[in-house]
Design a protein around this ligand. Structure first.
Ligand SMILES: *[C@@H]1O[C@H](CO)[C@@H](O)[C@H](O)[C@H]1NC(C)=O
Length: 402
């Protein structure tokens, strides 16, 4: 037998398990309803929408289903227990799932939450007020509010911290892959369709920590600080006779009317007009102030309250145990699929290759065909409409109108 270096390479590369899965859901069996619990006491029943188990209108695989919001202007609450709790330690936290807005979304949330709670987690009441560790994913309302939320809960401030720079989102009708990575070195990364759209350190991108520097409370602008950049020229003098020029003069073109009777009408006086020679009130010209010291800047000092926190990333310090959706949608049709919680970006990429990337091209092809058909139908309808219009006497109508 000949020794093949390639075979050895292949053998050693057989995908080693590098990460662990804490949750995996592909919604491909009817049993998903036993794994997920709808929020039943969060809102009145009439305000809650139902989930459809479907591959949607366009897909890469008809048998590969997801769950889709199906009623307009409704709340959607749904949660599931992780296969095992994720506890923040020396591994990254990776949350990944796919979102497809089939409805040409105008307003609606499509974010996912990672939640603590364990056995005390109240799935029936799960909603917007339930404490969470991470909120991640698209939120769209109108044309100006289109973003991917990245929010981490910070115990030490008892606050949910929003990413400071807006993270973009996808709003077309196709499936997109959303991945959030939170690293033990206090950095994070957001990927959409496996492309990094935002990454950086937690302290720079979120308000975990107080500012490093503050204005020196002991510093005060000196009373004699000159902050006037320009002053009236002390050398400039009012020209002789400036004030002798009146603002108004009798109109030189006015004439005493022929029928004016001095005795009856009094002494005739010409009406006053603006004096073209009048130069207004005299003001000295402005010059640069030789004493100007510039704008006073408050000196900064190191903030005595600043302290770096090595554990910012520990959003699941006490264990995250559930994932859930609690969203409001005006126009429904958002389909969620292929959710994972893992501790390895590599595993998440691998899972995406088995799911999202496998279905992507087929879905696009079906979508394009769907849109092509749609355009043909619309065009035929337009033709019909124009044909009907032809029956009317357009000129006659116009004539009546105008
Ligand atoms: C996803 O991104 C990683 C890192 O850039 C890359 O190695 C991998 O090939 C990508 N996967 C796909 C399917 O594009």
């Amino acid at each position: 037998m000949k020794f093949s270096p390639l075979a050895v390479l292949a053998a050693t590369c057989v995908s080693p398990v590098v990460g662990e899965f804490y949750f995996k859901e592909n919604f491909n069996d009817d049993g998903w309803t036993s794994r997920w619990t709808e929020s039943s006491t969060w809102k009145p029943k009439a305000e809650m929408g139902t989930w459809k188990h479907t591959a949607g209108e366009w897909y890469g695989d008809a048998d590969d289903k997801g769950i889709q919001t199906s009623e307009d202007a409704r709340f959607y609450g749904l949660s599931a227990k992780l296969d095992k709790p994720f506890v923040s330690g020396d591994k990254p936290l990776v949350i990944q799932y796919t979102v497809k807005h089939e409805q040409n979304l105008d307003c609606g949330g499509a974010y996912i939450k990672l939640l603590p709670g364990g056995d005390k987690f109240d799935a029936a009441a799960f909603g917007g007020d339930t404490p969470y560790a991470v909120m991640f994913g698209p939120d769209v309302c109108g044309t100006s509010n289109k973003k991917t939320h990245v929010i981490f809960h910070y115990d030490k401030k008892n606050d949910n911290l929003l990413v400071k720079k807006e993270v973009s989102t996808e709003t077309d009708d196709l499936t997109h892959l959303y991945t959030l990575v939170l690293n033990p070195d206090n950095t994070f990364q957001v990927l959409i369709d496996n492309k990094s759209v935002r990454k950086g350190s937690l302290d720079e991108h979120f308000d975990f920590l107080p500012p490093k520097q503050i204005k020196d409370p002991d510093a005060k602008k000196p009373d004699d600080w000159v902050d006037k950049a320009r002053i009236p020229d002390p050398e400039d003098k009012k020209p002789e006779g400036w004030d002798d020029i009146p603002a108004e003069i009798p109109d030189p073109d006015a004439k005493k009317p022929d029928d004016w009777d001095d005795e009856d009408d009094g002494v005739w006086e010409a009406p006053m007009i603006d004096n073209p020679d009048y130069k207004g009130e005299w003001k000295p010209k402005m010059i640069d102030n030789p004493d100007y010291k510039g704008k006073w800047e408050h000196p900064m000092i190191d903030n005595p309250d600043y302290k770096y926190d090595e554990e910012m990333y520990k959003v699941c310090k006490d264990g995250c145990t559930h994932v859930g959706f609690e969203i409001w949608q005006v126009k429904t049709g958002t389909l969620f699929d292929d959710i994972i919680v893992t501790d390895s970006l590599e595993e998440a990429e691998k899972y995406a290759e088995e799911t999202f990337f496998k279905k992507k091209d087929g879905e696009k092809k079906m979508y394009d065909e769907h849109m092509e058909k749609q355009r043909a139908t619309d065009a035929a309808m337009d033709d019909d409409y124009m044909g009907d219009m032809g029956d009317f006497d357009m000129d006659g109508m116009m004539g009546d109108e105008f």
